[in-house]
Each structure stands twice: as C-alpha cells, then as structure tokens.
Design a binder for this molecule. Sequence first.
Ligand code: FES
Ligand code: FES
Length: 169
Amino acid sequence: MAKTVVSFTLNGSPVDVLVEPRELLIHTLREKLATTGPHIGCDTSHCGACTVDLDGLSVKACTVLTVQCDGAEMLTIEGFAKAGALHPLQEGFSQEHGLQCGFCTPGMITRAYRLLQENPSPTEADIRFWMAGNLCRCTGYQNIVKSIQYAAAKMRGETVATSHPVLAE
Ligand code: FES
Ligand code: FES
C-alpha cells in the first residue's frame, strides 16, 4: 500500500515522516524518530509502557496508527525536562523511589502528566484509578503513587519533602 507523509509536532518540534498506512505510532516513534522513551511492553494495549500525550489525551501508542496523528501535538518523556531541569514528575519518581528497572517509567510519567493537567489535586484513589492501565512488575505501585503526589504538590507550588529522607540530604 502507498506510503504517505504524516506531519505533527513532537515535543515542540515539527516532524514529517513517511509511513505505511498500517504503521503503529509506537514503531514510528522508536524506529524512525529516535524517540525510544515510549517502550513496547506488550503490544496488546495492556501495559501502558508506550503511553504518549496526543492532543491533550493520554493514549497508548501501540493502539494508534501514525496516519491518525497528522497535525497533532505530541508529548513523550523526551519532552519533559526543560533546559536540564527535571519536570516535577521526574523529580518525584526520583525522590520517592517510583521506579526500579525503569521500563514502565516513561509511560507512568506521561500518563500521570495528563492526570495532573486535568486534576491538580488528585486523591490517592484518583491516582490509583487513573493509573490502572499502566503496569509495573517491580515497584508494587506504592512509591509510584507517592511520586505522583510529590509532583502534584510541587506543581501546586507547595513545599515538598520526600518520604525517603536519606535522598533529601
Ligand atoms: S506496548 Fe502499548 S500498552 Fe503495552
Ligand atoms: S520499574 Fe520495572 S516495570 Fe516498573
């Protein structure tokens, strides 16, 4: 089938990419645009490791065709740190031990970002419900919740203290 050029904004930069109509966004990002933060954990829409932010929606890039993204604004984990400064979510995951192997982390952070855009003060139940489509085989989730709470507080302008004092020294 004929290839087509798709144009969108990726982490603030315009990109044009030649794709087949059947090509999944996760493959375009990883194989053609050197955007390897979004991971492939399952390919069946279960794990959330491939999560990206697309026009203000949190989507699993293994379930989106790249041709659907023409004209879109897209954010991946590569777009979070600005001028060398970590995003509050990245800082939160670091401070609160929200990761172990890190495979799920880009998707976790990108998914949590959309939650905090829509609800700056989520309860623990809100966070657990919102993150239910993102799986982690390492952490047991408790520290992921704490990481998101840390970021939410910081983004609200509150003074935050890590629950792991040794890391704050
Ligand atoms: S690779 Fe997309 S949900 Fe697992
Ligand atoms: S930190 Fe290993 S899968 Fe989540």
